[in-house]
Structures are given as C-alpha cells and as structure tokens.
Design a protein around this ligand. Structure first.
Ligand SMILES: NC(=O)c1ccc[n+]([C@@H]2O[C@H](COP(=O)([O-])OP(=O)(O)OC[C@H]3O[C@@H](n4cnc5c(N)ncnc54)[C@H](OP(=O)(O)O)[C@@H]3O)[C@@H](O)[C@H]2O)c1
Length: 256
C-alpha cells in the first residue's frame, strides 16, 4: 500500500527536493502540493497529484502532510491536522511560542513530528549532545551553526533543538548567550553560547563544543546534500503515520 502525501511549500528549496525524491519512491504517491496562487513547482507533478492553494485542500484525502513552508502557513496546517486527524510532519523552523503551544495541544488528537533538522545524523547528534551534557558536568558548552546566506532565521532551528537537548540533560537552569560579552559565568546557571555564521551556499553545519581547562570535545554534523533532509523527512513521515496521537521528535523515529 502506498502512502499518499501532501506537501506544503512545493515551490521552495525543500519542497523541490522532496518532490524529486518522491518521484522515484514507490512507497509514496503525491496527493496534493500547496503553493501560492499562480506559482508552480520546478518539476512537473506526478500523475494524480494536484496543486492546491488552501490548507483544507492539502489535507483532503492525504495520509500524511509534510510542512516545509513558513511559520504562518504552519499554523494553518496544525489547525487542519487536528481537525482532519491527518498526521503532520513539521520541518518549518522559527515557530513562535504560540504555534508551539498550538502544536502541543493538537498533538493530543493527532500524531505530529516537529523536526528542525530532518536528517538522521542530526537526530543522532541531538542524542549524543544530551548524553554528553549528562556526563561532562561543569564543562562550558558552545553551539555554532553555519548556513547559506539566504537562510531567514538565526540561530538555526537545529541549534535551538540542540540547546533543548542540553536543557533536558542539565541539572542547572540553562541560559542561552548570543554575545560573548554577556557571559558572566554565574553560579547555579549553565550559560550556553550560541553563534551563527551565514555565508555562501553552506547547506547546514552544526558544532557543539564541550570544554574545560584540560580538553575540548567537539560533536558535529555536516549536511552535504539538501536531499538529506528530504530523505529523513520521508522516513519520519512514514514512521509517523503509524503512531498514535502525540508529539514526536526525529529521534523517536530512529530505531536503535
Ligand atoms: N527540518 C529540516 O530538516 C529543514 C531543512 C531545511 C529547511 N527547513 C525549513 O523549512 C522551511 C522551508 O525551507 P526552504 O529552504 O524550502 O525555504 P524556501 O525555499 O523559502 O521555501 C518556502 C516555501 O514556502 C512557500 N510559502 C511561504 N509562504 C507561503 C504562502 N503564504 N502561501 C503559499 N506558499 C508559501 C514558498 O512559496 P513561494 O516560493 O511562492 O514564496 C516556498 O514554496 C524553512 O522554515 C526552513 O528553515 C527545515
């Protein structure tokens, strides 16, 4: 049985990567692709797929929806996922607190996976960062993300997810510090430095450094091809549609 997917953001960089992968993957067929009125995706749509301009049409008759669009559109998709009970994979980043709260509430009714980095390697990096934070207590921790110059948000969604992994593992309250001059090394708080680089065509590099006076441990992940995110998203979407309602991360879709 094939899984019928809906894609939000079909003309974007990620939408284009997803559609070209889906074209060669017999596990899926594309149901609907949401685009802005009058826009068309770069590649021709496969047989049976329709271009739509509303969230309702996107969810109509699909088994799972993948959202790589904008925070505003994502809000509409969360609402429709809750209403239609169609599982939703959210790859869109830079979601505000209000949207995150809506996602949490909607996930009581429908499975939702939120991943700021859909690659399997980045999910493993998150697990390693969580574990390392538990082990290397008292170390300074710095997160660096590097991306292409067109990226709209900074720090990256992945950097924020890595910060959350540190928060889950830290005994101390975590405070994110974006300017080194803000670093005061207060007792009873773990200050984590966040730094972003935006240059050229970098697809997405993340480094997490753990350091004390004697050593520095660096965990890192590098994206070499944008299809990496699309491949991971399809893996996650397939896994998600078999889950009960709940809020999931990419790490939940790993089998180990
Ligand atoms: N989770 C991950 O692994 C991962 C990886 C890469 C990127 N991302 C995130 O995914 C999102 C998309 O990334 P991208 O690089 O593909 O960006 P992009 O190239 O700018 O694509 C955004 C897409 O959303 C569409 N869109 C935005 N507003 C719309 C509206 N009001 N109505 C209809 N369509 C609308 C755009 O259509 P138009 O072209 O017509 O504006 C475009 O198709 C970003 O949040 C990015 O940070 C996540």
């Amino acid at each position: 049985m094939t899984t019928r997917v809906g894609i939000a953001g079909g003309t974007g960089r990620m939408g284009t990567a997803l559609l070209s992968l889906l074209d060669q993957d017999s596990r899926f067929n594309v149901g609907a692709v949401r685009v802005r009125h009058g826009s068309v995706p770069q590649n021709p749509l496969s047989d049976g797929a329709v271009l739509v301009t509303t969230a309702r049409e996107l969810f109509d008759g699909t088994d799972v929806v993948l959202d790589f669009s904008s925070p505003r559109l994502c809000q509409e998709h969360v609402f429709l996922a809750k209403q239609t009970k169609v599982p939703l994979f959210i790859g869109t980043t830079n979601l505000d607190e209000e949207t995150l709260d809506q996602i949490k509430e909607a996930s009581n009714h429908v499975p939702i996976l939120v991943s700021s980095n859909a690659s399997l390697g980045a999910a493993v990096l998150e697990l390693l960062v969580e574990k390392t934070t538990r082990i290397l207590k008292g170390y300074d921790i710095e997160i660096l993300d590097a991306h292409h110059h067109l990226k709209k948000d900074a720090p990256s969604g992945t950097a924020k997810s890595l910060l959350q992994a540190i928060e889950r593992a830290s005994d101390l309250p975590v405070e994110a510090v974006t300017h080194q001059t803000e670093r005061k090394h207060p007792k009873g708080t773990l200050q984590v430095g966040l730094c972003s680089i935006r240059a050229g065509g970098i697809l997405g590099d993340h480094y997490v450094l753990f350091g004390n006076e004697d050593e520095v441990l660096t965990l890192s992940h590098r994206c070499l091809d944008r299809r990496l995110f699309a491949k991971g998203a399809l893996h996650g979407a397939l896994w998600l549609q078999a889950q009960p309602p709940g809020l999931y991360r990419m790490a939940d879709a790993l089998s180990f």
